[in-house]
Design a binder for this molecule. Sequence first.
Ligand SMILES: Cc1cc2nc3c(=O)[nH]c(=O)nc-3n(C[C@H](O)[C@H](O)[C@H](O)COP(=O)(O)OP(=O)(O)OC[C@H]3O[C@@H](n4cnc5c(N)ncnc54)[C@H](O)[C@@H]3O)c2cc1C
Length: 413
Amino acid sequence: MDVIVVGLGAMGSATAHQLARRGVDVLGIDRHSPPHTFGSSHGETRITRRLTLEGAEYAPLAVRSHEWWRRVEAESGASVLTACGVLTLADQAADPEAFAVHERAAAAHGIDYELLDAAALRERYPQFRVADTRVGLLEPGGGFVRPEAAISAQLDLAERYGARLHRGERVLGVEASASAVTVRTDAATYTADQVVLCAGGWLAGLLGDPRLARLFGVYRQVLHWFGIGGAGQDFSPGSFPAFIWNGVGRADDYFYGFPSVDGATVKVATGQLDHRTTDPDALDRAVTAEEAAGFHRAMISGRLPGLSTRAVRSEVCMYTVTPDEAFVIDRLPGRERVLIASACSGHGFKHSAAIGEALAELVTDGATTLDLAPFALGRFNSVGRRGRSQRARSAGSRPSRSIPVRRERRKRR
Ligand SMILES: Cc1cc2nc3c(=O)[nH]c(=O)nc-3n(C[C@H](O)[C@H](O)[C@H](O)COP(=O)(O)OP(=O)(O)OC[C@H]3O[C@@H](n4cnc5c(N)ncnc54)[C@H](O)[C@@H]3O)c2cc1C
């Protein structure tokens, strides 16, 4: 077998799909049956935008992913991307330069956006109650991705292109030699040319190296759905955008939300980096009514008056975060046949289709069209800093360390 993909969530489903459509002999293995609710990819919606505040290096990934979502939709019939617009709200008094990064990215990538002052916000989106200093940047081509639909569609396409997918099989260990990798599961042992580890929050446990494992912290996150209560409040995707409140700065007063996908509730959440765990299986998945009420008091009250004060439902999810909060997409040092893609720190879904493509290129060609150098492991001291030329080669754009695989085009089923 050419390649084993471990974990078939956001990253793994995209990688298996991209490998299979290149004719690679691929086996995908997941301990659960994706899409499922135990990892980082559930809860109906994920914000997607190409004007990424996290850094200019992410914009090409989002741009390419949007192209892939549309192609996946055309090939599968699934509804994946809803371009209802994404609105980033900022307080101009606190940060007059709030949108400078977005505007630079828009100019660099030719992405449309619109600036809205408080009066325009009130007229366009009466669902928000905003102060006079509140301003918004709307990216009309952004919106949300449906994570479960995206994963299902990519896994279906992967199988259509010939991938074998083993669900409900747990990988226990991965060993690499100079000539092959061995993947041991609770059902069998497999040998392949290369392995791609896309195990999300469980990645650290598969690395077999405490030095590396320490880089990946897992944090409990809570999603809340509040009922639509106010008369005349329209939260449908045609009238209400995906949004990030204080998306610029003000981390203590930040939340985000989505238009209603069921006509009855609106999903809102914040990013929480206060409950770190090393064992994702020990994550506290219970959410108390008081936790939801506290979220409403802190974030929703006085800002979205059309939502009920009591949460209709809440769910727990997890972020995997590195010390610098940037992604890791690289080969393991000293184990070149093992690639990892993880630590997408709360903003990875929108990039996952492109990451899958880049990983497939790395596996088959040893080089990628997208620049993955910013996501190399070598940036961490604990992994050992590498010289510039070495870093550029690491998961980057130059052909290197290519481990050829058989590239017979498979027949579509
Ligand atoms: C609450 C929340 C909100 C978010 N909001 C956004 C957003 O708005 N926009 C955005 O772009 N991103 C967002 N993200 C981030 C994004 O969802 C994640 O970056 C992405 O889903 C991570 O995908 P993954 O493939 O790494 O992990 P997962 O999807 O969790 O997949 C990992 C898979 O590996 C499998 N696995 C693990 N261990 C093993 C093993 N030993 N053997 C076999 N299989 C194994 C698991 O079963 C799982 O299916 C959010 C994340 C969370 C938690």
